[in-house]
Design a protein around this ligand. Sequence first.
Ligand code: LLP
Length: 445
Amino acid sequence: PKTATRTPTGSVAVGGLDVKDLAEEFGTPLYVLDEADFRSRCRAWRDAFGEDADVFYAGKAFLSRAVVRWLTEEGLNLDVCSGGELSVALAAGMPPERIALHGNNKSSAEIEQAVQAGVGRIVLDSFQEIARVAHIADRLGRRQPVQIRVTVGVEAHTHEFIATAHEDQKFGLALAGDTYPRSAGGNPTQPGAPGGQAAEAVRRVLKLDSLELVGIHSHIGSQIFDTSGFEVAAHRVVGLLADIRDEHGVELPEIDLGGGLGIAYTPEDDPSEPHEIAVSLRKIVERECRGAGLSVPRLSVEPGRAVVGPSACTVYETGTVKELPGLRTYVSVDGGMSDNVRTALYDAEYSISLVSRSSDAEPMLSRVVGKHCESGDIVVRDAFLPADLSPGDLLAVPATGAYCRSMASNYNHALRPPVVAVRDGEARVIVRRETEEDLLRLDVG
Ligand code: LLP
């Protein structure tokens, strides 16, 4: 930070409970998830998009059986990207037709598990996968609904997006271009046929009886703050729908524009709201469809972070406080990169505050670090914490609901923290703390 802004101090309540009491009861580090907040965010997304659209929560942000039940009750669908996520979803009773399976390298076992369960869609990501899913569905006597994931040439980052003709990344099939690499099986099925790999994928899927092509999928990035990247993506996806209609005489009924809406990690962040995204996407899809003479397809989106991110905080206990005169003070907490790798991995920014007492002490420039054997193990790079901070004080980091527990690791044999859901003054463990026994159980040597 440029200025020495004091971070707030004093008690903080979540779901009617003081986090200090929660830390006492459940220990630290601790993820505290506000169920009512999560549910209200689900409803905000559903209401923004309405009945003629679908909201798929991206389970990669955070998934547990309780979360799946909340989603089911709030009318959201679910995007899973592994057999593990699919198992949790099915175990918690999410109707399979409301589940979409993603991934750039789904195993045959995962595809079989999904087809067998009857998932509502599998999002195809490569030429080889088209053949693999078709073969498995055929063997199981199913006609599997599928979407094709395309890369629209839009790469979105927090505050900007780049629209190019070509993308160099592992996901999806390119809309642009007219060359067919060997991995695609050489020449297009119709020699001289126009379009990129996406158009060729459409040709192949339409020829396969065991696949039902229901739509086109695009995901442009994550932690995006404005809607312009989504608008370019929508424009290009509708363009493909028009090409498909012209070439094959079919109008695909669905488009999915992926996830990626950002959240505020610090007070300076100013993300769009779900209804702003909904209004602008609808407007552009409707306009483009009208222009192309297409009927408007059913729209879906896949927010993860923007649903669960703001709903949880992490509570840590302060350990060693080490002052480096003239530089800063290193405040060590009892977790770190094993429960939140985002700062180390993406240079992500978080805020932090003292929650076990209030303090009028002068602000001191602090770096909040974890307990792992690695100097990049930083939780919050720069924070102004009160100068009287001492071992035993509790600190809370807000907005850790997304990609923290789900990306947690056992580095240094750390025990991954529990997730406690709070609602109306009651707390309930939904994911328990790991124990040394859990670690030793896996170690069978
Ligand atoms: N749909 C697809 C196909 C995705 O790949 C993703 C995220 C989402 C939806 C949800 O995106 P969200 O709304 O949560 O931004 N670990 C990174 C984020 C990786 C996102 C990967 N895909 C982080 O911690 O920032």
